[in-house]
Design a protein around this ligand. Sequence first.
Ligand code: ADP
Length: 548
Amino acid sequence: MQALMMNSQLMISSILKHAEKNFPDVEMVSVTVDNPRHRQNNRQFARRCRQLANVLKRLGAKFGDRIGTLAWNDYRHMELYYAVSGSGMVCHTINPRLFPEQVAYIINHAEDRIMFVDALVLPLVEALKEHLPKLETVVVLTDRAHMPESKLPGLLCYEELLAAESDEFDWPEFDENTASGLCYTSGTTGNPKGVVYSHRSTILHALAGSLPDVTGASNLETSLPVVPMFHVNAWGAPYAAMMVGTKLVLPGPKMADGETLTDLINSEQVTVASGVPTIWLALLDYLSANKMTVPTLARASVGGAACPRIIVERFRNEHDCTVVQGWGMTETSPLGTVFCLKKGMENLTTEEVTDLQCLQGRGVFGIEMCIVDENNEELPWDGKAFGALKVRGPWVTRGYYGLSDVPGDEDCPVDEKGWFQTGDVASITPEGFLKITDRTKDVIKSGGEWISSIEIENAAVNHPDIAEAAVIGRYHPKWTERPLLIVVTSAGKTLGREDVLGFLQDKLHKMAMPDDVVFLDELPHTATGKINKLGLREIFADYEFPAA
Ligand code: ADP
């Protein structure tokens, strides 16, 4: 028997319509190159999105076309998110921090004909233009007064295009499984791979992300996404915020600037903020160096890489702010697991709660997860057994753009049973808290045992004089592989091998104690700010452990 419910398609444009009707006066504050504090409300935002949809039509964009963006977190990028997807095109966000060859590869692979580019990133497009045969139109995200000098012919000005269009536009309704967004993984090996989001996956992801136990997004909150809009849709904040009427504060190109972030948090009374660990470490250092606090900030979401304990402790002790760690990937939209205490945990000590905050969080409805051993046998959720992590659900990818989506095929990330293979190694506690032990390729296989590089790194960065630490496995004649710890000391501090080993002595079990510690001035990073272990393996290709 068929149900009698309306088969309304889940459309991204419906979020915009809802926000305009229900939260017309909610503000969106942005930092841009041409304005350090731009403000508009949702009424103005929705009107500009309709004008932009008319611009896209005039530029000749067709249903299904990929429209490239090279932009920071600001209101114009938000307008592109809604107008491009809302009119049936694919919003293709590109990370300007990738290597130029990767950016060119991505633009060509996606066949972007039209691109919207921040003035600061224009030199990158100029440099690459001759390698981008399909690119026809470049629109600079600024007004006429701030149009940069450029040798690119026919550059268009965003505000001029908008001003020339009507603000009337009827958002079309179409199949909710239509592609709405495209984001390439940075890929430390091989070419970047495109993840294609749909209207349906985006809306379900935003709904799940707004649940009280997930981010608790609401009209009462003010949110500062420091995670870039060019990386996994800023973890879905642009959609969830408009859905529930959260005020958005967007830091533009100033994402790594402690002073701007502090000023935005305090002057706009930001209550929740999201970003990768490095951003938070930098902000915490800025705040303590300047003897400042962020009294309104109640929650800081951390993801993208394991959150060092020190971040949890400093946010709590210095700013009375709760760190909410989550795990996810570009391929999972990215929401997978998020920290939240369960009933019965009310009486845990601060230390015990911190222990849980340092795990990767609990499963969110919509994401099924399991861990398996080498024989693909499912492992128990006992907090001890660890193996390859697999997930599935309506906002998990089933293939990469232009590659096979047949489960089990070599270039399809989904196995025969329909599980997405994350490439992460994890254990899961009986309460359902995920603990990422490592990337499959980074785990150190020492004798028959697996050692987590992340565990050693986390222990090391808790040393007050260590700014950054990374662990890679290196050949060992007896154990096959042993951990080598690579350390960057904080500015002006010096440490020796024995200082570091002494510090770790009571924090790691014997097998996990690194066999050596070496020091570098800086570590190589990927475009998304993660430590580039492949680069480190190259640097230490000929390294040999000292004889015992
Ligand atoms: P990229 O592919 O550009 O590196 P992703 O965000 O897709 O960016 O990376 C996803 C990976 O990041 C995960 O598979 C996992 O290894 C790591 N990761 C994400 N969140 C966490 C976390 N909270 N703790 C540990 N690792 C994490």
